[in-house]
Design a binder for this molecule. Structure first.
Ligand code: HEM
Length: 164
């Protein structure tokens, strides 16, 4: 019989995913939404970044809810695909029907990722989307900006989440 040892360590991530491993796990927090054409709002949010070491891909799922009532709001999911040249490609399907391909870069020392839309599909109003993520002191924050047919690129969302 095998001797009882220390608890097993999680397997090392795929080498392409390793520099983005600061994102991995489940996060929960709160955010606020703004845009010139809408009333500001507050929301709760959960994000899961998961990964299997055999694939150079991070699975991404996000859901949000109304801060006041807990009723569901926007949700989205997709795949983060770090590339051998050090860039990252992200594909996202939103619950509104909008689809995004984003590309960008990351800094594993500063724990930042910056993305901008390469392609937006099935959108009535949205022309451009940027997403910037940062992990500081174990907290994940992000800013999402968008440009629409009527407004230039500016913040729509910002949020702060803790690892759970
Ligand atoms: C409004 C896009 C994420 C909640 C809007 C509008 C657009 C938009 C185009 C209408 C603006 C206008 O009419 O000028 C997006 C995009 C997102 C995103 C591209 C992600 C990249 C979210 C999230 C939430 C949210 C995560 C909730 C947590 C709202 C609300 C409004 C709104 C409450 C105003 C009411 C409404 O029109 O439904 N969004 N949104 N959005 N968004 Fe977002």
């Amino acid at each position: 019989m095998e001797a009882a040892g220390p608890p097993t360590q999680p397997p090392a991530p795929h080498p392409l995913v390793a520099p983005l491993s600061f994102l991995l796990g489940k996060w929960r927090g709160e955010g606020e939404g703004t845009f010139p054409s809408i009333a500001p709002f507050r929301y709760g949010e959960e994000i899961l970044f998961s990964h299997h070491p055999s694939k150079p891909v991070i699975s991404y799922t996000q859901r949000t809810w109304k801060a006041a009532s807990g009723d569901p709001m926007h949700a989205e999911s997709g795949y983060w695909r770090p590339r051998p040249d050090g860039s990252v490609e992200v594909v996202i399907a939103q619950s509104t029907g909008l689809t995004e391909v984003q590309t960008g870069s990351y800094d594993s020392e500063k724990k930042t990722v910056t993305l901008q839309s390469e392609l937006i599909g099935n959108a009535a109003k949205v022309k451009q989307i940027t997403r910037a993520f940062q992990v500081v002191d174990g907290e994940l924050s992000y800013v999402v900006q968008m440009a629409t047919i009527t407004n230039s690129l500016q913040p729509h969302l910002k949020a702060l989440l803790k690892r759970i």
